[in-house]
Design a protein around this ligand. Structure first.
Ligand code: PEP
Ligand code: MG
Length: 570
């Protein structure tokens, strides 16, 4: 057996067959041929195989994820059946006497380029579809396997170099038991998704795709971040036992499901959950969430060909608010960019996407995208306890501008006699150091803060949250981060406002005592972390930990902080 160490991204143990979700090498060699009919037949055959595959995927997706998700494959089928695209390939084979691969490659590139240069946005979006379709046909011509995650219909563990949020959104929850990737960290979005899907996951292994083969038996130990490949019977026994122990532990935690969260000296805090889709609410309620502290709305925009309509968004927000039944729901407005790309928006390629045109920066420049979301939220506000927050706020002007647009849309709706709640709190995410430093000024204008440590840490330490080579700098317990967090909480309290945290740090058992001591009001985390956090907080004295505050904030390194906190709280 072989074992590989990675970063534990979502806890639990999964045991099963590996499914390699790896893009094959599709490089092409142009070859002169002397039998064009044979090449045209090869092309036809590859097209037919691709068509039947796409039909299968479309049906499957429709059944498992709904009509809307299946639309993209209808578009692919239209393209692959279009003689305007296919005939030039056949002509090229006959006239230039080249192999089918070269004809497909050259003709599809020509069309992609042509579509990319069109004025009409809809047509430009088709370029990405042509690229996808030609890759599928090319894989059939080359006789290599093209991965079809949507077609998985048995229990597997997905192995991938990386999983983008839209890959993750396509995975069938019913069959994917866990996943392991080469790259990524605990706060990359695939890891966050894994936690909300409640499947064990390990990221940042560096070598999983080159070590594991299709159908290898593997164990994913999401508790300790270890993958075991082709385990012995003895190891299987050990891990079955660990799996049972984990299940028992979960049963213990579940006893606190309907309890409020008090420290052992009687101080109450709120434990909320981070969600990505309305379906995640089930997990929030099952895990005793007292609210939703972060609804990442960008997933509504992913895995499709066009922007979601205002109506579609309204339905999603309303459903979350209704199902949360009066409990607070903090919805974050669209946070695209960074690692969350939307192909159909044709956002520019950037050298530093995490420092680029993302989130509120994008929305303020694209009011045609921003306003429908705000309208959908305002309309949904009548159905529950909605709070709205803006992501990636760096300056007061950005907040004011975003809030003005929100108020403008509210006025429009009220003038049209639409029912809108009168007490929607409007806050911001604190994930940029400038905002954490200026929290005293922001606190006068916002209703609340939610600290997004996933980004705040990467920007403070200048260490990409996706890059495992600099993961040693990704230090939540570093006094620099704790001082910023403290600054935000103090500034909020001075103005009678509350502070939450929705970065992954909020659910981290080492950070929890520190944050409780700093006076954090709301902890928002992956739903599965809520019950362990509640168990932990019930054993902590807030007063005692608060008395260590000055000492902790004056420490020099993260290591000192961790050592101290462990000594005091274990
Ligand atoms: C964060 O940055 O901490 C956060 C919660 O936002 P996201 O992880 O979606 O960037
Ligand atoms: Mg963020």
């Amino acid at each position: 057996m072989t074992s590989i160490q990675g970063i534990a991204a979502s806890s639990g143990i999964a045991i099963g067959k590996a499914y390699q979700l790896v893009s094959p090498d599709l490089s092409v060699e142009k070859v002169k041929i002397d039998n064009p009919e044979k090449e045209i037949d090869r092309l036809k055959n590859a097209l037919e195989l691709s068509i039947s595959e796409l039909e299968k995927i479309k049906e499957h997706t429709k059944k498992s994820m709904g009509e809307e998700h299946a639309e993209i494959f209808s578009a692919h089928l239209l393209i692959i059946n279009d003689p305007e695209l296919i005939n030039p390939m056949k002509e090229k084979i006959s006239n230039d006497k080249v192999n089918a691969e070269a004809a497909l490659d050259e003709v599809s590139k020509m069309f992609v380029e042509m579509f990319q240069n069109m004025d009409n946005e809809y047509m430009r979006e088709r370029a990405a579809d042509i690229k996808d379709v030609s890759k599928r046909v090319m894989a059939h011509l080359l006789g290599v396997t093209f991965p079809n995650p949507a077609l998985i219909d048995e229990e597997v563990i997905v192995i991938a170099h990386d999983l983008t949020p839209s890959d993750t959104a396509q995975l069938n929850r019913q069959y994917v038991q866990g996943f392991v990737t080469d790259i990524g960290g605990r706060t990359s979005h695939s890891a966050i998704m894994a936690r909300s899907l409640e499947i064990p996951a390990i990221v940042g292994t560096k070598e999983i795709t080159t070590t594991v083969k299709q159908n290898d038996m593997i164990i994913v130990d999401g508790i300790d971040g270890k993958v075991i490949i082709n385990p012995s019977d003895e190891e299987l026994d050990t891990y079955h036992t660990k799996q049972e122990k984990f299940a028992k532990q979960k049963e213990e935690w579940a006893k606190l499901k309907d309890e409020p969260t008090f420290s052992n000296d009687g101080e109450q805090v709120e434990l909320a959950a981070n969600i990505g889709t309305p379906e995640d609410v089930e997990g929030v309620l099952k895990n005793g969430g007292e609210g939703v502290g972060l609804y990442r709305t960008e997933f509504l925009y992913m895995g499709k060909n066009e922007l979601p309509s205002e109506e579609e968004q309204f339905k999603a927000y309303k459903s979350v608010l209704e199902r949360m039944d009066g409990k607070p729901v903090v919805v974050r407005t669209l946070d695209v960019g960074g690692d969350k790309e939307l192909n159909y928006l044709n956002m520019p390629k950037e050298l530093n996407p995490f420092l680029g045109f993302r989130a509120i920066r994008f929305c303020l420049e694209n009011e045609d995208v921003f306003r429908p979301q705000l309208r959908a939220l305002l309309r949904a506000s009548a159905y529950g306890n909605l709070k709205i927050m803006f992501p990636m706020i760096a300056t007061l002007e950005e907040f004011r501008q975003a809030k003005d647009i929100l108020l403008d849309e509210k006025e429009n709706l009220v003038n049209d006699n639409v029912n809108v709640s009168d007490d929607i709190e409007v806050g911001i995410m604190v994930e940029i150091p400038s905002t954490a430093v200026m929290a005293d000024q922001f606190a006068k204008e916002v209703d609340f803060f939610s600290i997004g440590t996933n980004d705040l840490i990467q920007y403070t330490m200048a260490a990409d949250r996706m890059n495992e080579q600099v993961s040693y700098l990704y230090q939540p317990y570093h006094p620099a981060i704790l001082r910023l967090v403290n600054n935000v909480i103090e500034a909020a309290h001075k103005e009678g406002k509350w502070t939450g945290m929705c970065g992954e740090m909020a659910g981290d058992p080492i950070a929890i005592p520190i944050l409780l001591g700093l006076g954090l009001d709301e902890f928002s985390m992956s739903a599965t972390s809520i019950l362990p956090a509640r168990t932990q907080i019930r054993e902590l004295s807030k007063k005692t930990i608060s008395s260590y505050k000055d000492k902790i904030l004056s420490m020099g390194t993260a290591e000192e902080v961790v050592e101290f906190i462990k000594e005091k709280t274990v």
